[in-house]
Design a protein around this ligand. Structure first.
Ligand SMILES: NC(=O)c1ccc[n+]([C@@H]2O[C@H](COP(=O)([O-])OP(=O)(O)OC[C@H]3O[C@@H](n4cnc5c(N)ncnc54)[C@H](O)[C@@H]3O)[C@@H](O)[C@H]2O)c1
Length: 249
């Protein structure tokens, strides 16, 4: 018996990077998982790599509220309910805020922040029907740091931290827990598009454990927060950064 046997989970942005690792970790612990993503090619790869794991690839743009409701309702119907929602989808783009492309900024907000609202709205009735549930939002340690050209990204993640506490207060009385994971720098396709080789090196050196967390380690933490082991934990943001944020001068 896995720690999540009999549970079902909808994970967004699960075509690659941290989202795929979370989907695989939840499924290895026995959950039936919808790996949702906007990218067809990544979804095919995920389905192929999943092998015997109970993972269904679902095409879903989290910025499209109608589509989010249709895909979450459809998965819950087919899987016999919903226990876990992981809001992970993101669009990375770093540039100075002073002349940041407004269309890119809007798309980032539509995916990273509003997409989280829509998934929450669509998933809540299903979690409520179970009388329990766990929602995990992806934040970032970038919220409490100053990172060059990352104003739009970090402000979205700051919003996720605040939202997590609000959602936890709103759903706590219904037995539904809401927490956030704040990874340190994790090598993924998205992070590689904004962090240079030099940047990765200095991040590993600044971490007290002298390494960078892997996507699989973020998956392990998601399993913990989704499981009954975290029954008393709600409204928190859990850092998984190999100690990068506690280094002094
Ligand atoms: N990698 C890091 O260093 C790091 C650090 C801190 C926090 N995080 C957070 O972890 C999460 C995952 O990051 P990652 O590095 O794996 O990102 P990534 O860019 O590698 O993967 C993001 C996935 O989201 C999908 N996606 C993009 N737009 C979408 C949409 N509209 N609808 C559905 N799916 C969409 C992409 O296709 C992709 O598969 C993000 O929320 C990110 O902010 C990452």
């Amino acid at each position: 018996m896995g720690r999540l046997s009999g549970k079902t989970a909808f994970v967004t942005g699960a075509g690659g990077g941290i989202g795929r690792a979370i989907a695989f970790s939840l499924a290895r612990e026995g959950a039936t998982v919808a790996a949702a993503d906007i990218n067809d090619q990544l979804l095919s790869e995920t389905a192929e790599l999943a092998g015997d794991l109970a993972i269904t690839a679902v095409k879903c743009d989290v910025a499209n509220r109608t589509e989010v409701f249709s895909k979450i309702d459809g998965f819950a119907r087919q899987a016999g309910g919903l226990d876990i929602l992981v809001n992970n989808a993101v669009m990375f783009h770093y540039a100075p805020l002073v002349d940041f492309d407004p269309q890119i900024a809007s798309r980032m907000l539509d995916i990273g922040l509003k997409g989280t609202y829509w998934c929450f709205q669509a998933a809540t009735p299903h979690l409520k029907a179970r009388g329990r549930g766990s929602i995990i939002n992806l934040s970032s340690i970038a919220v409490s740091m100053s990172i060059p050209n990352a104003s739009v990204y970090t402000s979205i993640k700051g919003g996720i931290d605040a939202l997590t506490r609000q959602q936890a207060a709103e759903l706590g009385p219904l037995g539904i827990r809401v927490n956030a994971l704040a990874p340190g720098s994790v090598p993924t396709p998205g992070a590689n598009s904004v962090i240079t080789a030099e940047g990765w090196k200095s991040r590993a050196q600044k971490s007290v454990l002298r390494y960078l967390p892997s996507a699989e380690e973020i998956g392990d933490a998601a399993v913990f927060l989704a499981s009954d082991e975290a029954a008393s934990i709600t409204g928190v943001t859990l850092k998984i950064d190999a100690g990068m944020t506690i280094t002094g001068p």
